[in-house]
Structures are given as structure tokens and as C-alpha cells.
Write a protein that binds this ligand. Structure first.
Ligand code: PLP
Length: 444
């Protein structure tokens, strides 16, 4: 039966349609696909105040996505809990474009928006009854910390984070392990794609799921994607007021969640023009947008580690929206940036303009410079996805000075951390999930 209100269907077409809380509670659709809105709603932006803070702005945009759902009545409260920090749009030094800064949350990356929104939704949904709900997360660096911070000490919730051991920055690893209590940080001997594969396997394991209540918090989760539309929509209105023109965004991209959210804000009717994906040396998306077939491949380690993704999960959502490669290629531009270029951009910008970028943001700044050099005169907005202080081990030697640490981040870095190793095989993860569910009760 099709529910009344906004319906979400699986990209693989073999799961019953659900409303938003069903999609958020499931994480992955039962047929292994990803949930997408049956059709993207149009939101009329007239009368929406671009200066309203995000918490007040968000319900206006998100209401149609929640229509017909049990969470609709709580949407304002959910937004008030999730959007507790700003996302300023400011001029870049040198006035060559703008920068949308998304790193003012507790763990200093844009992932805080999605993680907090997801937590605010999940804690309002009925629990599994009996044991805790386990949130299983694969992280290439920043997701895990944001999810840990958002779910830490939430009653009835347990968080299990899988990250590629040795491929996250020392501060990222510390942030994963510094919460403790209901948050477990597992360093996997492998890459992000191995972590993601293990998580997907567990979520698809019906027998395991009959013993352990599981959900996911990856960027494949709708509860993370939807809130990411909000800062793009608001920035687009601010940009139109300032320049009388749509916002054109260069988005540092890995699993394709943030850029997809930008695309959804555009489809919902907000003034967003071009969307350009800045990728690191993992060039599966730039190759596709340049005309090659889409071929996922193993991820390789780069300086922009939160984008070390060889099989971008959200591509399946784009593919579902259009089977036509030409239409997809018309909707996005893309470029791949090698580590040497990331280093060069970080060093040069710090030296000439005093702007310090994290390695991910630096890929977008590099793309801005490359497009300019090729004669592109678009007024671009670079999306800044993390604070450079999270990557002090990479950035400080390049710029030759210390980076000030935001106070929330500094407080987390002072806590002791307890990370544990996990073998990259499914049996080990399964045993751990089963043991954790039977031995230690959730926090009350
Ligand atoms: C996750 C992340 C990205 C990539 O975002 P996707 O939504 O996976 O494309 C870029 N930069 C930083 C700092 C991140 O943490």
C-alpha cells in the first residue's frame, strides 16, 4: 500500500514505499537499494527569509519531505536540535568568489549537520524494544566523529564506528575514540570501502538483524542527506540577494552525499546554478562526468581522506533519477585533484592571502583556480567542508605555523581515547555485534 504524503522508494524498486521515518529508521532499503523521494517536491522560496537562522529556515524547506509522516509534527523541534551552529556564506579573500563554511559544529566538519539531524529523528522513533538500537557507521574520517558526538549518551542507542586504521588523521582517530560509553571505535585493517562493505553486509544480514536491532548512519541514510539541503538552499537565497544571480557551488566530493543534497535543493526550486564536484585522486566521478563509463574501483589513500571513496554510494541515487548519461553529465561538472596540487594550493593561499583550508576544501579551491585559468568567469562558491585544525598533521608543516583549534574541538581532544582494532572480515564484526548486544545493556 502506498502511504499518504511524501513517499520514499528504493532505487532498486523491490521494497515497499515508506514515509520519511520508515526510510530514516531502515537506513538501507530492504532490497539493498537506497531510499529516494518518489518525486522531489517544489518549495516556493518567496517569503522565506534568507537571514533566518538555519533552525528557523529548515522546517520551511523540509516540511514537504516530512508530509504524511509521524515526525512531521516534531519537525521544528528536530531542526532546533540539529541546527545549533551557523553556516556562513562569505567572500573569499581576493574577492574572486564566495565560500560557504560548514565546519562550525562540534566535530568541525559538515557531517555534524546530518548526524545531529539523524539523531534528533531516531530518538523520536519507537525503539526496537528489548536491547539497544545499534547505529553502524563506516567512516572515511569525519562521519564517525560527527555520529559519535550526536549519539553520545542518547538512551537506547549504541554506536559502532568502523574506520580504516592508519588512514585517518591522528586527530580524527582521537575524535572517534574519545567519547566511549555507548560509542565504540573500531580501527579496521583496510580501506574505507572495506568498512562500507562490512556495514552493508551486516545491514543485509537478516539473521543477525533478528537478534540485534541495527541501522546505519552513512551518507546513504536519508536522515543525513535531507538536512544537507538546508544550508545550500539558504546560501542560494543569500547569494541571489547579494548578486542577483544563482549560487554556483564547487563541492568537495567523496561519497556524493553533499553534492546530491545541493542538487536536491536546486530541484526543489532554490536558485542554484552549476554544481561542480571537486574530487581527490579517486577519480571515478570526474572520469564519468568527462564521458567515461561509471566504473567503481578500490579507493586509494590521499590527503583529503574523507573523500577516499572508490565506489561513491550515492551515485545509485543519481542513476535512479536519470538513466540518461548525457542528462547526468549536463547537471554536474567535476575535476580530480592530486595530492601535490592540494599541497600547493594550501601553501600558496596561506602565504598570499592568509586563508587556511583543510585538504578537502583545498580540492575545491584548486578547481576554482583551474576553471578560472580555463576562462570560466562564473562567480563560484567554494564549499568548505572541514576546519583545517582537524588536519594539523598535514597542514601545519605546509604553512609553517600552528592552526588555532576551535574550542569545542579542543575540549574533545583533551578527553582520553579508546580505539579498538577489528579484522577486516565479516565474521569478526558479526561476533562483536552479537556479543555487544547480549552483554552490555544500553544506557538508560
Ligand atoms: C565527508 C566529507 C567530504 C565528502 O562528502 P560526501 O558527501 O561524502 O561527498 C568532503 N569533505 C569533508 C571534510 C568530509 O568530511
Amino acid at each position: 500500500m502506498t502511504p499518504a504524503g511524501m513517499c520514499y522508494v528504493s532505487t532498486r524498486g523491490n521494497a515497499a514505499p515508506v514515509t520519511v521515518s520508515g526510510a530514516i529508521a531502515d537506513g538501507l532499503a530492504p532490497d539493498g537499494g537506497l531510499y529516494v523521494p518518489e518525486s522531489l517536491p517544489r518549495v516556493d522560496p518567496t517569503g522565506v527569509d534568507p537571514d533566518a537562522d538555519l533552525a528557523a529556515f529548515a522546517p520551511r524547506l523540509l516540511a514537504p519531505f516530512f508530509s504524511g509522516d509521524r515526525l512531521a509534527a516534531a519537525l521544528e523541534a528536530i531542526c532546533a536540535e540539529a541546527f545549533t551552529f551557523p553556516a556562513p556564506l562569505r567572500l573569499l579573500a581576493g574577492n574572486e568568489g564566495r565560500i560557504l563554511e560548514l565546519f562550525y559544529g562540534p566535530t568541525a566538519a559538515f557531517k555534524d549537520f546530518g548526524a545531529r539531524f539523524l539523531a534528533a529523528c531516531l530518538r523520536r522513533l519507537p525503539g526496537p524494544g528489548g536491547g539497544p538500537l545499534t547505529i553502524l557507521v563506516a567512516t572515511s574520517g569525519d562521519t564517525g566523529a560527527a555520529v559519535a558526538a550526536a549519539f553520545h549518551r542518547l538512551p537506547g542507542m549504541r554506536v559502532c564506528i568502523l574506520y580504516p586504521e592508519g588512514r585517518v588523521s591522528p586527530r580524527q582517530a582521537h575524535l572517534l575514540g574519545c567519547f566511549g560509553e555507548n560509542v565504540q571505535a573500531l580501527g579496521v585493517a583496510g580501506g574505507f570501502d572495506d568498512c562500507q562493505r562490512l556495514v552493508k553486509r551486516a545491514l543485509g544480514d537478516a539473521e543477525l538483524r533478528s537478534c540485534v536491532a541495527l541501522t546505519s548512519a552513512n551518507s546513504i541514510s536519508l536522515g543525513r542527506l535531507l538536512p544537507q539541503t538546508v544550508y545550500f538552499a539558504r546560501a542560494a537565497l543569500q547569494h541571489r540577494r547579494a548578486r542577483g544571480a544563482p549560487l554556483n557551488a564547487i563541492v568537495p566530493t567523496g561519497n556524493l552525499g553533499n553534492a546530491l543534497a545541493c542538487n536536491w535543493a536546486r530541484a526543489a526550486g532554490f536558485p542554484i546554478g552549476r554544481i561542480h564536484l571537486a574530487c581527490n585522486a579517486n577519480a571515478v566521478l570526474p572520469d564519468f562526468f568527462a564521458g567515461a563509463p561509471y566504473v567503481p574501483r578500490p579507493g586509494t589513500a590521499t590527503l583529503a581522506n574523507a573523500m577516499d571513496v572508490g565506489a561513491p554510494g550515492n551515485f545509485e541515487r543519481l542513476r535512479h533519477a536519470s538513466r540518461d548519461d548525457a542528462a547526468l553529465r549536463a547537471a554536474f561538472g567535476a575535476g580530480s585533484v592530486e595530492d601535490a596540487a592540494i599541497r600547493a594550493v594550501v601553501r600558496r593561499r596561506a602565504c598570499t592571502q592568509g586563508e587556511i583550508f583543510c585538504p578537502h576544501t583545498a580540492t575545491a579551491v584548486h578547481e576554482l583556480e583551474r576553471l578560472r585559468a580555463a576562462g570560466d568567469e562564473t562567480h563560484w562558491t567554494v564549499v568548505a567542508t572541514a576546519h583545517p585544525a582537524k588536519f594539523d598533521d598535514v597542514i601545519e608543516p605546509l604553512i609553517g605555523r600552528r592552526i588555532d583549534v576551535p574550542s569545542a574541538l579542543a575540549a574533545l581532544l583533551r578527553r582520553p581515547a579508546q580505539n579498538e582494532p577489528l579484522a577486516p572480515d565479516y565474521a569478526a564484526l558479526r561476533a562483536l555485534l552479537l556479543a555487544a548486544s547480549s552483554s552490555s545493556p544500553a544506557l538508560e
